[in-house]
Ligand binder design. Structure first.
Ligand code: ZN
Length: 336
C-alpha cells in the first residue's frame, strides 16, 4: 500500500516538473479569433508558460524590453518595455501581457488559486483575453488534407455568430507599450511615410527598417528569378497604417499600429481573402485550392519571415495579402 502511494506520488511529481520545465508547448483546442476590423484570422491558440513567453518577447524586441522578472508581491512574471516616450510594466496573466489596471480588473473576478494556476497550468481556466501566441505553421495548410472535422471547425469559426462574440485581443496591451500607440493621436506621431517597391505606404517608424530589408532581399532575388520579378511587376497597390473606428479599443487591427502591410496584386480571377471568397462562394471558400489562390513565391514569404513578418496566407482564415511584424510568433514556430 505504501509503495503504491509512493509510485503515484512520484508520477505526480514527475508530471509537475516535466510541465514546468518542459520546452514543449501546450497546445489546446480552445477556439477563438484574432479579429481585425476587416481581416479576421484564427489559428489554434497556444498556451505557454510565463518564462517562455518572456524569452520569446525579449528575443523579438531586444532594444525595447529593458527588464523582466518575477514580482513576488503579485506572484506574477513581468516585463518592462521602453518605447520612445515612456516605460510600461506588463504582467503575464491570462496568456497575455497586461498593464496593472487590467490585471486588477481580472484579479477582482478570479481567486488566488486561479492566479497561481495561471503560472503552471493554464489549460482549464476560462480566458478573458485572446492569448498572445498562436500556431503559425511552417508551410501553408493545404485544404485537400483537411478532415471533415477540421472543415466544420473552420466553418464555425468563420460564422457570423462567432464573429459577434469575439474575445478582446491580448496583443493590444503589448502593442500599445511596444509602439507607443494607445490612442489614434499617439500612434500617428510614430507613423511615417515610406515606400515599398515604389509605392507609398505609411508604417510605424520602428517597423520600416525591417520592411526595407525585406524589399532589398526580394530585389536581389528578382535579379536571377523570373517568378520573383513577376511578383514585383504584378503588385497593384499597397496598404499599411489604417485607423478605423473600432467598437472596442481591445479589438484593434494590427494595421492600426502600423505594423502590417497588405500587398494587393493584379488578381486575374485568383482568390486572396477568405471573407471575399465566402461572400462569393459561401462555405466553399474553406476548401478553395491553393492553386486557385494568389500566393506569393515561397522565397518572398521566406524573405518576410526572415525579417520577422508572418504571412496571413498561413492562417486558417487566410488573408494572403497580409504581412505582419510578429517576430515572437516566428520564434515559437521555428524555435530560433
Ligand atoms: Zn492586412
Amino acid at each position: 500500500m505504501k509503495n503504491k502511494f509512493a509510485f503515484f506520488y512520484l508520477i505526480f511529481i514527475l508530471n509537475f516538473f516535466s510541465f514546468f520545465y518542459s520546452s514543449a508547448l501546450s497546445v489546446n483546442n480552445f477556439t477563438s479569433y484574432e479579429q481585425k476590423e476587416k481581416h479576421l484570422s484564427k489559428n489554434s491558440l497556444i498556451f505557454i508558460n510565463p518564462e517562455k513567453a518572456i524569452l520569446f518577447i525579449t528575443k523579438a524586441y531586444p532594444e525595447k524590453i529593458i527588464k523582466s522578472g518575477f514580482d513576488k508581491n503579485k506572484e506574477l512574471w513581468f516585463i518592462t518595455i521602453k518605447n520612445s516616450r515612456k516605460k510600461n510594466t506588463l504582467f503575464w496573466y491570462d496568456n497575455c501581457f497586461l498593464p496593472e489596471e487590467n490585471l486588477n480588473e481580472l484579479l477582482n473576478v478570479t481567486n488566488i488559486s486561479q492566479k497561481i494556476n495561471t503560472q503552471t497550468e493554464t489549460i482549464n481556466i476560462k480566458s478573458i483575453y485572446e492569448p498572445l501566441f498562436y500556431e503559425y505553421p511552417e508551410t501553408t495548410p493545404d485544404p485537400k488534407n483537411f478532415s471533415k472535422e477540421k472543415i466544420a471547425q473552420i466553418r464555425e469559426l468563420s460564422s457570423d455568430e462567432h464573429i459577434r462574440t469575439v474575445q478582446p485581443k491580448g496583443i493590444t496591451f503589448l502593442f500599445n507599450a511596444l509602439y507607443d500607440g494607445e490612442s489614434e493621436n499617439l500612434i500617428r506621431t510614430n507613423i511615417i511615410k515610406s515606400n515599398f517597391f515604389g509605392m507609398r505606404v505609411n508604417m510605424h517608424k520602428d517597423v520600416i527598417p525591417h520592411l526595407k530589408k525585406v524589399e532589398e532581399k526580394i530585389k536581389t532575388l528578382a535579379v536571377t528569378n523570373k517568378k520573383i520579378q513577376a511578383f514585383i511587376d504584378e503588385i497593384h497597390s499597397i496598404g499599411g497604417f489604417n485607423w478605423r473606428d473600432i467598437r472596442s479599443s481591445e479589438n484593434r487591427s494590427s494595421h492600426s499600429w502600423g505594423v502590417s502591410i497588405d500587398i494587393m496584386p493584379v488578381l486575374r480571377g485568383r482568390q486572396i481573402y477568405w471573407e471575399w471568397s465566402k461572400h462569393s462562394f459561401g462555405d466553399k471558400w474553406i476548401t478553395t485550392s491553393l492553386n486557385a489562390r494568389w500566393i506569393p513565391p515561397k522565397e518572398v514569404i521566406e524573405a518576410f519571415e526572415s525579417e520577422g513578418f508572418i504571412w496571413g496566407g498561413k492562417w486558417e482564415l487566410w488573408d494572403n495579402m497580409h504581412f505582419e511584424y510578429r517576430p515572437e510568433i516566428l520564434s515559437l514556430t521555428f524555435n530560433n
